[in-house]
Design a protein around this ligand. Structure first.
Ligand SMILES: [Zn+2]
Length: 252
């Protein structure tokens, strides 16, 4: 299979990481699920020169189906492990954005200091324990940290986000980096006041409610999946809750 449109989606997300300020140079990688396994960005190729034909097709066991402009990203274990274990995930993005990576180097999670943390699916954006890049051990750590989540930090390394599409994973990565920069800014003045579990539960409920018909164009691809604490069966029922406007009346 050719997967032309999905190849373009991977290329655009890979280029978008640099354009949106998430990465500099060649770090970061993007994958998308296909019947054969996954499409994955190749290793050590500048994304500005990456074309759809250069995308590598791999089985989830790492076997190369189409070499593209290979070799595949050294983080293929991480992408494969998530796609194999999470049928709700269609795309995985990994990047090294400055503020989120700074927190990851302190091995700190992003707590519920802001209600938009709920976008990542829970009441925090956790930090996965350290393991050497490119290893199955790192993939296992990330998979655990992503339980009930759509994003996590990687200790002394960067972030991972997931979505139904590469574009959705990219948008979430931008949100995570924005939250990280806000959290770092707040920490410079003092410890921020954290929202309670009850307050975050209300946010999760509102996000799900907006997903039932109150989404706004331009935010629709940032939908939380209702996988957070106390979430319902949105995913099983195939619904896709939409991101609420951040400034809606009555929003916390
Ligand atoms: Zn990395």
């Amino acid at each position: 299979m050719n997967h032309t449109s999905l190849r373009w989606a991977v290329v655009e997300a890979a280029r978008g990481m640099n354009a949106r300020g998430l990465n500099r140079g060649r770090s970061g990688n993007v994958s998308a699920r296909v019947p054969e396994g996954m499409l994955l960005t190749p290793s050590a190729l500048p994304y500005e020169s990456l074309e759809p034909a250069g995308i590598v097709t791999l089985g989830l066991d790492g076997g190369v189906v189409d070499a593209g402009a290979g070799p595949p990203s050294t983080e293929w274990h991480l992408h494969a492990a998530i796609l194999a274990a999470r049928p709700d995930v269609g795309a995985v993005l990994h990047a090294h954005p400055i503020h989120a990576t700074a927190l990851a180097c302190l091995r700190r999670e992003i707590p519920a200091f802001h209600y938009m943390v709920a976008l990542a699916g829970g009441d925090s954006i956790p930090c996965a324990p350290y393991a050497t890049f490119g290893t199955a051990e790192l993939a296992a750590h990330v998979l655990s940290a992503l339980e009930g989540r759509r994003a996590c930090l990687l200790a002394n390394h960067g972030i991972v986000t997931v979505g139904e599409s590469p574009a959705e994973a990219l948008e979430l990565a931008v949100e995570v980096e924005t939250l990280a920069s806000q959290y770092v800014a707040a920490l410079q003045v003092g410890p921020p006041v954290l929202l309670s579990a009850a307050q975050m539960a209300e946010v999760h409920t509102r996000f799900r409610d907006y997903g039932r018909g109150h989404g706004r164009r331009g935010h629709e691809d940032l939908a939380p999946e209702g996988r957070g604490r106390g979430s319902g069966n949105d995913e099983k029922e195939g619904r896709k809750p939409k991101l609420p406007p951040p400034d809606v009346p009555g929003a916390p």
